[in-house]
Design a protein around this ligand. Structure first.
Ligand code: 1GP
Length: 243
């Protein structure tokens, strides 16, 4: 089954949870263990984050380790052609819509696109919108959407839909102390008919429930599994999303 269909069916059944793994943050062995925990507590999909500076070897070893331990879909979000591996079930093909740097809107993607087509891998077009506070580095290259500017966020989201993208992804960044506000999620959700992914700053079951009730179809968490007690925290987030 394609990942697009898998996600569609999951979304029809309730809120989907994605576990984000940054291969630069731990060894491949540990990444595999974290992914296994995510699967055991009910996460629907593992998303490996391609970041600038990611070594090809690290990506390959991380992928192998996760594959050995888990059976849920494994998807890659490449930052370009710097590190690529084709044993993923699909690629998130993201365009950072509010970037001022063409490298993030289409430059990196163009480096990988021909190869992805030739390899006939499944790609899922995603319109990514970065909301304050965004990422720690490179923010001056992004027209960050202010946390309270719902209209601007909705504009980017509607543009993603009109561009023919399959998902809108509202991202507050892993350094965000709080999730994207309920009011912004509601405002965006009202303007789009494609599914909405929300991530960044979701650390507790209360956060997860709020984001879900506001209308997120897919919730992404990353940092939660990097800290002590992650199994229980993730379990409570999953029960807030799936109850
Ligand atoms: C997913 O980048 C985020 O959209 C990850 O954020 O680390 O705050 O969960 P957290």
């Amino acid at each position: 089954m394609s990942i697009a269909r898998y996600l569609r069916e999951k979304i029809n059944g309730g809120t989907v949870h994605i576990t984000l793994i940054d291969p630069m943050k731990q060894s491949p062995e540990v990444a595999g263990r974290l992914a296994l925990t995510a699967q055991e507590v009910g996460s629907d999909l593992i998303l490996v984050l391609g970041v600038s500076g990611l070594a090809q070897r690290n990506l390959l070893d991380t992928t192998i380790s996760i594959r050995e331990k888990t059976s849920i879909p494994l998807v890659y979000s490449p930052a370009g052609a710097e590190a690529l591996c084709f044993s993923f079930d699909a690629f998130l093909f993201s365009c950072l819509l509010n970037s001022r740097n063409a490298g993030y809107t289409c430059g990196g993607q163009s480096q990988a696109a021909v190869l992805l087509k030739r390899m006939e891998v499944e790609t899922i077009p995603v319109g990514l919108v970065m909301i304050e506070p965004g990422l720690k580095t490179g923010d001056n290259n992004i027209d960050l959407v202010p946390r309270d500017n719902h209209w601007q966020a909705a504009g980017y989201a509607a543009a993603a839909e009109l561009f023919g993208m399959s998902y809108v992804y509202l991202e507050a960044g892993p350094n965000s102390a709080q999730p994207i506000s309920v009011a912004m999620i509601r405002a965006v959700k009202k303007e789009i008919s494609i599914p909405l992914i929300v991530g960044g700053g979701i650390r507790t079951a209360v956060d997860a429930r709020r984001v879900r009730q506001a209308g997120a179809d897919v919730v992404v968490t990353g940092t939660v599994i990097e800290n002590a007690g992650y199994r229980e925290r993730l379990r409570s987030i999953l029960s807030a999303l799936k109850d």
